[in-house]
Design a protein around this ligand. Structure first.
Ligand code: PHE
Length: 344
């Protein structure tokens, strides 16, 4: 029996020594030290031994167990250390590799023009107002002196969501919304940039979604000359000091009188493709706020007057950067967009 136990010890230690991973080692532990293992098996034969030999064999069996289990522990520590080292080796960072290139974005040309126009008006004491793109029929039309069935509604083909809700066709509803907030108390001096929508067929100069910047000034003694002076400053700052503006009579239901505003072309009247040989480029619609619009929004039209204007940054950006197709703004071609990067 002594022989058997010693052999078992040698065999177990050899297996422990050759274990390659923690799983194999655990299998060896279960096989040799478990209740059904060979050591227990050998000890079952104790009954045949003499009473003097039994304690000796018991002690020997314990020694064998202790030797095997301590060998397993040592091996386990060794294998665990090896696993950690292998993982570390796998995860080392090669600091000599080149860094990952960080792609820099740049502002969209429309954003740039809108921000430039915003800065210009902020410098003249205006603040920025906003309104929803999904608008009610009331603010988009009725509050702007365009009652239901008014023929001028056809000037702006609309995307209706329900009878009473639509995608705003212009930023003018923000005029009405802003005036309501001021509760009949001037002065009001705001611009409102935002997206607008019209049921147009897209082509080089039309888009079903585009941008507008609305302007509104309401105070006592505001006159047409204030409008003209403001727009003159705007045109010179944006297009160049040598530019001039021209007002032509027009019609908008929410302004009276109404004008269409042209800026002189950079060809200085010589005639070019951009101004279609007229020397002038139309850039915005404007006028004196209609008394009905003031009254509906809670302003006393005997005390207050105002002017409003609406311009299209898309068109302005096209003129400024020489862009020949409005669809470039909305088709997200990075080759187009990258041309407006200021870095690189
Ligand atoms: N809302 C008008 C349009 O979209 C523009 C405009 C704004 C005209 C303000 C006059 C005053 O065509």
């Amino acid at each position: 029996m002594e022989q058997q136990l010693k052999e078992l010890q040698t065999e177990a230690l050899a297996k422990v020594e050759s274990a390659e991973d923690l799983k194999q080692l655990n299998d060896i532990r279960v096989a040799y030290l478990g209740k059904k293992g060979p050591i227990t098996e050998v000890l079952k034969g104790m009954g045949k031994l003499s009473p003097e030999e039994r304690p000796k064999m018991g002690a020997l069996a314990n020694e064998v167990r202790a030797a095997v289990s301590s060998a397993i522990e040592t091996k386990q520590a060794e294998l665990e250390q090896k696993a950690i080292e292998e993982q570390l080796a796998k995860e080392t960072v090669d600091v000599t590799l080149p860094g990952r290139q960080v792609e820099m974005g740049n502002a969209h040309p429309l954003t740039k023009v809108i921000e430039e126009i915003e800065d210009l008006f902020i410098a003249m004491g205006y603040s920025i107002a906003e309104g929803p793109e999904v608008e009610t029929d009331y603010y988009n039309f009725e509050a702007l002196n365009l009652p239901k069935g008014h023929p001028a509604r056809d000037m702006q083909d609309s995307f209706y969501i329900t009878e009473e809700l639509l995608l705003r066709t212009h930023t003018s509803p923000v005029q009405a919304r802003t005036m309501e907030k001021y509760k009949g108390q001037g002065p009001v001096k705001i611009i409102c940039p935002g997206k607008v929508y019209r049921r147009d067929n897209d082509d080089a100069t039309h888009s079903h979604q585009f941008t507008q910047i609305e302007g509104l000034v309401v105070d006592e003694n505001i006159s047409m000359s204030d409008l003209k002076g403001t727009l003159e400053v705007f045109a010179k700052k944006l297009f160049g000091e040598d530019r001039e503006i021209r007002l032509r009579p027009s019609f908008f239901p929410f302004t009276e009188p109404s004008v269409e505003v042209d800026v002189s072309c950079m060809c200085k009247g010589e005639g070019c493709r951009i101004c279609k040989h007229t020397g002038w480029i139309e850039v915005l619609g404007a006028g004196m706020v209609h008394p009905n619009v003031l009254e509906m929004a809670g302003f006393d039209s005997k005390k207050y007057t105002g002017f409003a204007f609406g311009m299209g940054p898309d068109r302005i950006a096209m003129l400024k950067y020489g862009i020949d197709d409005i669809r470039h703004f909305y088709t997200d071609d990075v080759r187009f967009l990258r041309q407006f990067a200021e870095h690189e």
